[in-house]
Design a protein around this ligand. Structure first.
Ligand code: F58
Length: 830
């Protein structure tokens, strides 16, 4: 890291620029062999595949290194404003291919390795993806940093280097069993530790006031601390020679062990403090949507946010930087509430450490943060019990109290002594226990607050944060999510990428609106045929992957109907299950002739939070339905259910390009945006979906004729709730629904044991918070429209092409432009 405060080198050679190895096959071979020998310590003939993979990764790194160092120097020199993206999660996916692509090295590396007698494909498969995120929120962060690098916008992604990422999912008798994700076990060639740049992060203790030349000041006397050691990863831009940084923090004990205790023979006790400290970055919390208020989680949050803010101020900015100008140099973007403890942390640093006055510090803080909300579920809004927060971070709690006092004073000035309003808006909630409402803190402190799709941002303004929107209307904005076309088209779907490039030239990869050019080609029968051939080839590729991985076959003549996302009741995998069971019941009972059913393969991918019992039961049910359907000769060749375990980014890259139908069927008003929905549309799948999240915008863009809409709208959902929703009425009203639920209840999918799925069925009949039964009829009808449309393959392909052509808006490059225009105001550094 270029530390501007550090002494400058004096040796003339030290001032020479770092150079990349020559961009030729020979140059690559040489560098690769050098790395194999000197980094891995083996000769080519003795090396195994993992040695070769590590040496290959090292070689790619060597090519990017000069640009990385240059970019850091350039950004320092130009004093550019930097986007510091604060995110507890980055769901990166595999690095090798992405970095080869960005650096234009794919062909060179392939040939170079072939010259060494190595098939690069064999090495690709060795990479364990860094699964440092749960789902959409973490993957979004990864797409955003890719786009910022590609657009030459200075960015540091800050996060946590979890030793164990999202658990590896296995199925035992159809039930989810979690295994630890030891992603670092075979080495981590993509990151650089910088122990010399470690930050000390403190916890606990108390505060005291003291006299500082006549002014009363406060100091925090913590009682324990850990080291945060940064690991830097390269984030290369696509074909632009730029490399940004992802800086992930690892917790290390300040003292490895207590030698005195060790010598006395109590080994366990001597390392206790170390184990305790290092637990902080040990494992990613696998909760998705409903955070649990665990102390270790708050430790993780403060750990990475404090390290990041202080890293930026103390090592990225020049030593003598005038901190009153901080907003000129940085915007800290809060990826959901997880980093919101950064607000009182920046206040503490400015006031207690840098000697600033409260009002000045607050004015700066309010310009330096912006907050993105990713949810609409009330139970997902993070709160921290005051007891816990005060014990762990006593000074921060004091600061939060004062922020709240001044804020409530402002509310009073504006709206009068409206106690109800004041109670509703207070950053400190009182029920069921005193707690800090992190979303409110972020809203009060942030310069901007954004939702992640139009509908979501509207609902934030109208409902979740209504009073705040009334008070600060200009704070609220929308930035619809996006996905990176580099990973999700170029890398995931090379056949489609080639077809598009042939038709439109190569520029679409960084200017996705150019896909519009495909609209005209949707009318061209020859283009349609080639497009159809790409889809068929992707199905064959998926078949190979799944056969290798799990021993299952995908029939390429089937419609591939895909639902991949975290398992959550609001996403309504149960609706999909009821559809499958309805179809199965129809054929098995003889009411429907098998020959009249469109052959479909249903593909699921979903992890459930380990503590989410209902989600786990639904996984069990999907597997159980699968094993009955797949073994019943009456439906053979017509219906098949595939549920590969451990859905992750790597598998997504194979599944999505093969899909015909994309299932986006959440209850309206519950899915903030969705990003899988965008990936499918851009890979030529048609969507069956509700009017929810970004589905709304997808449908507006691709057109009603190319989207299968069903279900209640958000206002209709509200009305039905208000009337008093009785799911049993819907059960009574629809024979198909009755049949499906009764079949599950009968034990047909549990070897006659009626108790196994009873909780799932009862939950739907007597509770059904997400109104699965209310939308069932509409969903089945929409699926019938899907069948009818699929019968005309040529027309279907035309719709698929139009989906691709009209979805360019969903590039994360566009999302970044929107953040820059509406929130960050960070120009590219050219
Ligand atoms: C997701 N949230 C939203 N949270 O559900 C999805 O609609 C949206 O497209 C996506 O964010 C990106 O904006 C999400 O993934 C989590 O995984 C959190 C993890 C930590 C605990 C709380 C939920």
């Amino acid at each position: 890291i270029v530390n501007p405060g550090a002494a400058r080198p004096t040796h003339p050679l030290a001032l020479a620029p770092v150079v990349s190895p020559p961009s030729s096959v020979d140059g690559f071979v040489k560098q690769f062999l050098t790395n194999l020998n000197f980094d891995q310590g083996v000769s080519l003939s003795e090396s195994d595949a993992n040695d070769q993979y590590l040496a290959l990764a090292g070689t790619v790194r060597d090519y990017l290194m000069a640009r990385w160092l240059e970019d850091q120097a350039r950004q320092n020199e130009q004093q550019s404003k930097t986007v510091c993206y604060l995110s507890a999660e980055y769901l990166l996916g595999r690095q090798l291919d992405n970095n080869l692509l960005a650096a234009r090295l794919t062909d060179i590396a392939t040939d170079a390795l072939a010259q060494c007698g190595i098939d690069i494909n064999d090495l690709r498969e060795l990479e364990v993806e860094p699964g440092l995120g749960n789902g959409g929120l973490g993957r979004l962060a990864a797409c955003f940093i890719d786009s910022l690098a590609t657009m030459s916008v200075p960015n540091i992604g800050y996060g946590i280097r979890y030793e164990y990422g999202i658990f590896r999912q296995t199925f035992v008798d159809g039930e989810q069993v979690e295994q630890p994700d030891a992603w670092l076990r075979m080495g981590s060639p993509w990151d650089f530790p910088h122990p010399e740049a470690a930050q000390t992060i403190s916890f606990g203790g108390r505060t005291e006031t003291y006299d500082d030349n006549g002014t009363e000041r406060t100091r925090w006397i913590p009682d324990w601390s850990v080291l945060a050691v940064p690991y830097n990863m390269m984030v290369p831009g696509y074909h632009n020679g730029r490399v940004n940084t992802l800086r992930l923090w690892r917790a290390v004990a300040t003292n490895a062990f207590d030698l005195r205790i060790f010598n006395s023979g109590d080994y366990e006790e001597s390392v206790r403090a170390q184990t305790f400290a290092e637990n902080i970055s040990k494992v990613l919390y696998p909760e998705d949507s409903t955070p649990q208020g665990k102390e270790l989680r708050l430790q993780q949050q403060y750990f990475f946010v404090s390290a990041s803010i202080r890293d930026f101020i103390d090592t990225v900015l020049p030593a003598d930087y005038d901190l009153t100008k901080l907003p000129d140099r940085v915007i800290f973007q809060l990826n959901d509430t997880h980093p919101v403890i950064g607000v009182p942390e920046l206040m503490r640093v400015l006031i207690d450490e840098k000697g600033m006055e409260w009002d000045d510090a607050w004015a700066i803080t309010q310009q330096c943060f912006a907050y993105t909300c990713h949810t609409l579920l009330p139970e997902a809004l993070e709160v921290w019990p005051v007891d816990l927060l005060g014990r762990l971070l006593p000074r921060h709690l004091e600061i939060i109290y004062r922020i709240n006092e001044e804020f409530l004073e402002e509310v009073r000035e504006r709206f009068g002594d409206d106690m109800l309003r004041i109670r509703n808006m207070s950053i400190i909630g009182e029920h069921p226990y005193r707690s800090v409402r992190m979303a409110y803190l972020a809203t009060v402190a942030g310069a901007k607050v954004n939702g992640v799709a139009e509908l979501h941002s509207q609902l934030l303004r109208d409902k979740v944060l209504h009073d705040f929107a009334e008070m600060y209307p200009d704070k609220f904005t929308n930035v619809t999510n996006g996905i990176t076309p580099r990973r999700f088209i170029r890398l995931a779907n090379p056949s489609l990428a080639e077809l598009i490039t042939e038709a439109l030239g190569a520029g679409w990869t960084i200017d996705l609106e150019r896909l519009r050019g495909l609209e005209a080609l949707a009318e061209d029968p020859e283009f349609r045929e080639r497009f159809g051939a790409v889809k068929a080839a992707n199905k064959r590729r998926l078949n190979e992957v799944l056969f290798q991985r799990d021993g299952v076959h995908v029939d390429e003549t089937h419609m591939l109907d895909v639902m991949v996302k975290r398992l959550h009741e609001y996403k309504r995998q149960m609706l999909k299950v009821l559809h499958i069971v309805t179809l199965y019941d129809g054929i098995a009972s003889g009411r429907v002739a098998a020959a009249d059913v469109t052959p479909r393969t249903f593909i699921f991918g979903a992890k459930a939070a380990p503590g989410y019992a209902m989600a786990k039961r639904i996984i069990h049910l999907i597997n159980a339905v699968g094993s009955v359907v797949n073994n019943d000769p009456r439906v053979e060749g017509r219906l098949k259910v595939i549920f590969p375990p451990n859905y992750n980014v790597t598998l997504a890259e194979k599944v999505i390009p093969a899909a015909d139908l994309s299932e986006q069927i959440s209850l309206a008003g519950k899915e903030a945006s969705g990003t899988g929905n965008m990936k499918f549309a851009l890979n030529g799948a048609l969507t069956i979906g509700t009017d929810d999240g970004a589905n709304v915008e997808i449908r507006q863009l691709v057109g009603d004729d190319n989207f299968f809409l069903f279900g209640m709208t958000e206002p209709e959902v509200e009305v039905l709730w208000a009337q008093g929703y009785t799911p049993a009425d819907f059960y009574q009203a629809h024979a198909g629904l009755r049949g499906a639920l009764d079949l599950i209840s009968s034990g047909a999918f549990s070897e006659g044991d009626r108790s196994v799925f009873e909780p799932v069925v009862s939950n739907l009949l007597y509770d059904d918070r997400f109104m699965v039964l209310a939308d069932y009829a509409s969903y089945i009808a929409a699926q019938e429209r899907v069948d009818a449309a699929y019968a005309d393959q040529d027309a279907w392909t035309k719709s698929a092409i139009l989906n691709v052509a009209r979805s360019g808006f969903f590039s994360s490059d566009r999302s970044m432009r929107d953040y820059i225009d509406r929130i960050w105001h960070t120009p590219p550094v050219l």
